[in-house]
Design a protein around this ligand. Structure first.
Ligand code: ATP
Length: 229
């Protein structure tokens, strides 16, 4: 059976400077895949390339059997990829409610379901997004992506810079999404939270996939070589 998302050998440039030199990754239906690697190794560029925010020059990205190469980002989103970008971008001058419905597509994810996942958001429906705490904005970013009813949810550093108690709420939400069978591609530095929920791991080093495997196959040696500081 073919994967939900199949990325093969993509190469992406920023102007003349090459950032990706051949990234391979797959996400199967219902899987959580952890995309790992030290700072600057190409995780965000890979995600941007998948979502059409940066164009890859060679290689292939196939999602639900469709080649994404020539599609603009809004069409890729409409095909069913929900992105929670690094730095949680919400519309600051819209309320929580307006942010959530702005991106909504019909499906299992509704305002009620997002409110159950993040009760804090429901209490703040009429508040402007720019008055939320960082953690609440992150919940809103996840809620917005879910409201698009994505087949694949992509989370780029969703817990970065948040207070421990809020991080726990986000991780709890990710675990419950996994239980519902949501397919997820996730980047996060907290391996102690990430590895227990990951079905597969991909490690990038200097813009190339250097290791793929299950979390239990990730040895101390590989961790030191590719993930250590
Ligand atoms: P981090 O964890 O720090 O976000 P990352 O693994 O996501 O790192 P990328 O942000 O994808 O890595 O960066 C990969 C390479 O591309 C780096 O060398 C980085 O300096 C470069 N790069 C990223 N964004 C740009 C940009 N907008 N213009 C030029 N070079 C960039």
């Amino acid at each position: 059976m073919s994967a939900l998302l199949d990325v093969k050998g993509i190469e992406t440039f920023y102007g003349p400077s090459q950032a990706l030199f051949g990234v391979d990754l797959e996400v199967g239906e219902g899987e959580v895949v952890a995309l790992m690697g030290r700072n600057g190794m190409g995780k965000t560029t890979t995600i941007s390339s998948i979502c059409g925010l940066e164009k890859y020059r060679s290689g292939d990205v196939v999602f639900k059997g469709e080649d994404l190469k020539t599609l603009p980002s809004h069409k890729i989103a409409r095909l069913g990829i929900g992105l929670v970008p690094e730095g949680r971008r919400c519309f600051p001058n819209l309320t929580v409610y307006e942010n959530l419905i702005a991106a909504a597509r019909t499906g299992d994810w509704t305002l009620d379901r997002v409110s159950t996942l993040f009760p804090r958001l429901k209490e703040r429906f009429s508040q402007y997004a720019n008055t939320l705490s960082g953690g609440e904005q992150q919940m809103l970013a996840v809620g917005r992506a879910l409201m698009t009813n994505p087949d694949l949810l992509i989370l780029d550093e969703a817990t970065e810079g948040l207070a421990p108690v809020i991080r726990q709420e986000i991780w709890q939400a990710v675990r419950s999404l996994k239980e519902t069978g949501q397919s997820i591609l996730i980047v996060d530095k907290t391996l102690s939270e990430l590895l227990p929920i990951a079905d597969h791991c991909i490690i990038l080093e200097k813009g190339t996939t250097v290791w793929k495997g299950k979390p239990e196959e990730l040895t101390r040696d590989i961790e030191n070589r590719y993930l250590g500081v």
